[in-house]
Design a binder for this molecule. Structure first.
Ligand SMILES: [Mg+2]
Length: 329
């Protein structure tokens, strides 16, 4: 426990969140009434904001450094889904108490990730209240057609990055639903330290026909992409990427529910027109994270489910409420 006098609001911002920025486009950063930022004249500004509430988006007792990482990561993931290059972030922090140790860890988690993606924290606010963190991120894309959820067309192939379901399995580990060991540590890490797919998103910007990040579960998020694109989809369950750690700790049915219904993966879900697949595969082959083809976009049929799940070519019904995810409690 720290014996230091708890820092006040001004000191919190100065001590934990002010950092000299390497970005020359920050004309005025933290310290004035507002930040002054130079947007390149040939770019469009892309903006996203996400709020995390303790006990809703992460369990009570989560380490402060992991919370700081997550608060920025989930926002960078939204920029990644647009193929944008991140630039700046703003933070609003509601804290039950001014705890120097917690603040040092939280700001470290946030700054470490910010540094990796050359993101400057340019403004912030702290208030006393329940633990709630809101981050806004700003980034750029080149002028021209944007990568959105709405561009998928029948015949396009559906891909997902990484291994969806591991984060949800990690949350189950954290909630004590399984034994501890090497595999549980890997899954726990996948929940606590989501990795925004920023580079992949930028690669996809001119290659993919539609993209979004998986935050609420693959099945539901694919449904949103289909709705935005006025299409349907066939999801081939046997193609879902396998997670050895998940399978070591959970049975086949639970693993599939994590993959389809679990949230918090922050992987990219995207579609590629069939004619562009060779170009896409050449570009993402042997890069991290791997991408897996999991289905195809089809014509919307009002008599069918928006997302049809197939197992070995046969339609199967996936119970939508098979797994009670923490974030949906
Ligand atoms: Mg999103």
């Amino acid at each position: 426990m720290t014996s230091a006098i708890p820092p006040g609001e001004f000191e919190i911002i100065a001590r934990y969140f002010s950092r000299a920025s390497r970005r020359s486009d920050v004309l005025l950063g933290i310290g004035d009434d507002a930040a002054l930022l130079q947007v390149p004249s040939d770019r469009r500004l892309v903006a996203a904001m996400d709020t995390l509430v303790e006990g809703v988006h992460f369990p009570v007792g989560t380490g402060a450094r992991s919370i700081g990482h997550r608060a920025l990561a989930v926002n960078l993931s939204d920029l990644a889904a647009m193929g944008a290059e991140p630039a700046w972030a703003l933070l609003s922090l509601s804290l039950p108490e001014s705890n120097a140790e917690w603040l040092a860890e939280f700001s470290k988690g946030l700054h470490d990730l910010a540094q990796r993606y050359n993101v400057a924290l340019v403004g912030g606010d702290t208030v006393r209240g329940p633990l709630v963190i809101t981050v806004q991120v700003l980034g750029f894309i080149e002028a021209g057609p944007a990568l959105t959820r709405g561009g998928a067309r029948p015949g396009d192939l559906i891909y997902v990055s990484g291994i969806p379901g591991e984060a949800a399995a990690g949350l189950a580990v954290i909630q004590g639903q399984t034994v501890e060991g090497e595999d549980s540590e890997l899954l726990r890490h996948r929940f606590n330290w989501p990795e925004p797919r920023v580079q992949l998103g930028q690669t996809l910007r001119t290659l993919a026909s539609a993209a979004m990040d998986v935050s609420d579960g693959l099945l539901g998020d694919l449904g949103k992409l289909c709705q935005a694109s006025a299409c349907s989809a066939q999801l081939e369950l046997e193609r879902l990427p396998a997670s050895p750690s998940m399978r070591a700790l959970f049975d086949v049915a639970a693993s599939e529910r994590f993959a389809l219904l679990g949230g918090d993966d922050y992987e990219l879900l995207f579609t590629v027109a069939a004619g562009r697949v060779p170009e896409f595969e050449a570009l993402v082959q042997n890069t991290e994270p791997g991408c897996t083809r999991i289905g195809r976009i089809t014509q919307r049929d009002p008599g069918q489910a928006v997302v049809q799940c197939l197992r070995d070519g046969r339609a199967v019904v996936v119970p939508a409420t098979g797994y009670d995810h923490f974030s949906k409690a």
